[in-house]
Design a protein. Structure first.
Length: 217
């Protein structure tokens, strides 16, 4: 079993229910922001440390793997490019996933916005206290776009996601049920992460499902 905490978060379960019941309409975009300066001394990049959770959530909410990925960085040097990275994933049917990690944000941001043709919802992670802000219209993902007026805010008080994940692991061992995030899930997520790193290094979009070209020397 692979540990992707957000897959066990009550807020993600609520968003999944909204999509399943058609409240949002067809999902056109999922925008995931995990911003803030990375801690000093960490070996892995922000892309590999933070993006796995968002890739897993996108796969679950959209029900498929991405078909292609492209990536850019605002870092001033190649050494830290994956610590200030934006990736755009294209899914079957034209839905887009946008993952923004790291960067020079002065505050820590953990936010997921799911944009549908009818309605949209933004999930702001506050550990045991999460909020879902509902909108009656699609949310603009452009920084200069006019923000729609929220319809209402839904507060979700839930158990610690790590506890829920551990309980799921134990329950599956006892019942023989399949894990929500099994080994195949882990392989699928790593494949996307690797493609994102390659796309950033090559400076071009890559199609997933085919052999990846070598990185630039």
């Amino acid at each position: 079993m692979v540990g992707h905490l957000l897959r066990h978060h009550p807020a993600i379960a609520r968003i999944s229910e909204m999509i399943r019941e058609g409240e949002l309409g067809r999902v056109t975009h999922i925008v995931c922001d995990r911003l803030g300066l990375p801690p000093a001394g960490r070996e892995e990049t922000a892309w590999w440390a933070l993006a796995p959770h968002d890739v897993s959530v996108m796969r679950a909410l959209l029900g498929s793997d991405p078909e292609s990925i492209q990536a850019t960085s605002t870092a001033s040097s190649d050494r830290h490019r994956e610590d200030a990275m934006t990736a755009i994933l294209t899914f079957p049917g034209g839905s887009l996933g946008v993952i923004r990690v790291g960067g020079d944000s002065p505050t820590k941001v953990r936010r997921i916005t799911v944009i549908g043709e009818r309605r949209s919802v933004t999930f702001t992670d506050g550990h045991l206290r999460a909020s879902l802000v509902h909108y009656d219209s699609p949310v603009s993902i452009e920084p200069a776009g006019a923000a729609p007026v929220p319809v209402h805010e839904e507060t979700i008080l839930g158990a610690e996601p790590l506890l829920l994940q551990a309980q799921h692991f134990v329950d599956c061992l006892r019942s023989g049920a399949a894990f929500t995030t099994d080994g195949e899930e882990g392989v699928a997520v790593v494949r996307v992460l690797e493609a994102g790193s390659r796309a950033l290094g090559l400076g071009q979009a890559l199609t997933l499902g085919s052999s990846l070209p070598p990185e630039r020397a």
